[in-house]
Design a protein around this ligand. Structure first.
Ligand SMILES: Cc1cc2nc3c(=O)[nH]c(=O)nc-3n(C[C@H](O)[C@H](O)[C@H](O)COP(=O)(O)OP(=O)(O)OC[C@H]3O[C@@H](n4cnc5c(N)ncnc54)[C@H](O)[C@@H]3O)c2cc1C
Length: 274
């Protein structure tokens, strides 16, 4: 299907994009376009204008400040797969990004776009939860930083307000190993279920995506594992990771099947971080 007609504007800076958003609240930001354009073609969104932020250098770049990895919102999935600084500071991210879509999606799609779109089957939300990320949001009125626990609110729902742009993603240096395991939809490649694990000397952080309206921490398993990553304990702690009744069921996978996948993928990810 074709999109409805829209105006196209190319922003010259973040402030320029913010001004255009304020002038036209019905407009949508265009980053990689790999969620927005399909949504428009399906006529699920019909913005009167697109504000293209894909060429903004201000939104690009990967840097380190002390023990925090800072990613511009315009960093692509492919950059996350290959960047050496990301591999050093947050190796869970390349392990996640390699699973996103296909090469075309990875070359165009951005981490900021994923965070703003908040698809319940997107991969990063689980990894960003396990890593304890924070997001810098900018509006005409100023900037604020929101932690990942408060940011993702539900299916396609976030703390992002009208007129705000995600500008940066802040990730505390990952201490210890990380792994992302995914059972993907064979056509779309989105997560039917995806599980991210970070293991540090203090314990493990585990989060799951694809199985509910938003990514969720698997606290029960985290507690059961503690710091004991023996195979016996992993087998025991992952026997029943989540109540199927609390999960999403659809034509791709039932609640019970997703609960089964959650156990298998959590076990696989934990075995990789031992
Ligand atoms: C075939 C296909 C397969 C895919 N497979 C996967 C997959 O396996 N896993 C996965 O996680 N994703 C997958 N995706 C989605 C992909 O990761 C998208 O790139 C991503 O969801 C959106 O990023 P984008 O840069 O393309 O954003 P866009 O599509 O340009 O924008 C998405 C939304 O976010 C808003 N937005 C974008 N950037 C910002 C910003 N900086 N601040 C505020 N709002 C912003 C836009 O206005 C829009 O509403 C797939 C997409 C396709 C087409």
């Amino acid at each position: 299907m074709y999109t409805t007609p829209f105006d196209y504007h190319r922003a010259s800076s973040i402030d320029d994009a913010l001004k255009m958003l304020a002038d036209n609240p019905d407009a949508k930001l265009l980053a990689g376009g790999h969620s927005l354009i399909p949504t428009m073609k399906l006529r699920l969104a019909a913005p009167s204008a697109l504000i293209d932020i894909s060429a903004l250098d201000e939104l690009r770049g990967i840097r380190v400040d002390g023990d925090t990895l800072i990613l511009g919102a315009g960093v692509t999935h492919a950059e996350l797969v290959y960047d050496k600084t990301v591999a050093e500071y947050a190796p869970l991210l390349p392990d996640t990004a390699r699973w996103v879509g296909d090469p075309m999606v990875r070359n165009r799609g951005t981490i900021g776009g994923v965070i703003a779109h908040a698809d319940p089957a997107a991969d990063y939300p689980a990894s960003l939860l396990a890593l304890g990320a924070q997001f810098k949001l900018k509006s005409a009125g100023g900037e604020r930083v929101v932690g990942v626990d408060d940011y993702f609110m539900g299916m396609f729902q976030t703390a992002l307000k009208e007129g705000e742009i995600v500008t940066e993603i802040h990730i505390p240096r990952q201490l210890g190993k990380g792994a992302y395991e995914k059972f993907r939809h064979p056509a779309s490649h989105y997560a039917i279920v995806g599980v991210a694990v970070v293991a540090s000397p203090e314990g493990v952080k585990i989060a799951m995506t694809g199985a509910g309206p938003k990514a969720m921490r698997l606290d029960k398993v985290e507690e059961a594992i503690g710091t004991d990553l023996s195979e016996e304990n992993i087998q025991k702690a992952t026997a029943d990771v989540v109540d199927a009744g609390s999960l999403l069921g659809d034509r791709f996978a039932s609640e019970e099947y997703r609960a089964h996948l959650a156990g298998v993928l959590t076990r696989r990810a934990l075995m990789r971080v031992r």
